[in-house]
Design a protein around this ligand. Structure first.
Ligand SMILES: [Zn+2]
Length: 144
């Protein structure tokens, strides 16, 4: 995401948000960029050093990026993260809550596990100070 400082033929200054330089060029060429004050489409860019990435300090905008691209990079990154977590954990299935407790109280070998648990299980595990990560199923069929 890039912010350009723009100005119209009447010298009104404003900001425009664009996905990329190419995206901006396209919109400008098609007359889709107009001055919010006078509506002029005779717009040009004012040199500016303001280039924001997805990690911009305004979380509001970061969320907007995610919404615009729900099935693209964000989802792919999420799936990569998820499969990395899954492949590094031992699957204990429905015995997750019990096994997590045993590990926490040193009654079972220390390791990362994954499995199924109810919301109540998660809550009581957290109340006991056991660090658990809860995430929705990454089953592709369910996502689509
Ligand atoms: Zn204007």
């Amino acid at each position: 995401m890039i912010i350009f400082d723009l100005t119209c033929s009447n010298d009104h200054r404003f900001e425009g948000w664009f996905q990329s330089q190419e995206n901006f060029d396209h919109q400008l060429k098609d007359g889709l960029v107009s001055c919010p004050v006078c509506g002029s489409i005779d717009i040009r860019r004012v040199p500016s050093a303001v280039h924001l990435s997805k990690t911009a300090s305004a979380p509001h905008h970061a969320q907007g990026i995610q919404m615009m691209n729900p099935h693209g990079e964000v989802l792919a990154a999420y799936e990569r993260l998820l499969s990395a977590i899954i492949s590094s954990c031992e699957d204990v299935g429905k015995g997750f809550a019990d096994e997590a407790r045993k590990i926490h109280y040193l009654e079972a070998p220390q390791r990362s596990i994954r499995g199924e648990a109810t919301a109540e299980d998660f809550e009581s595990l957290r109340e006991e100070g056991i660090e658990v990560l809860c995430f929705p199923s990454a089953n592709k069929d369910e996502l689509n």
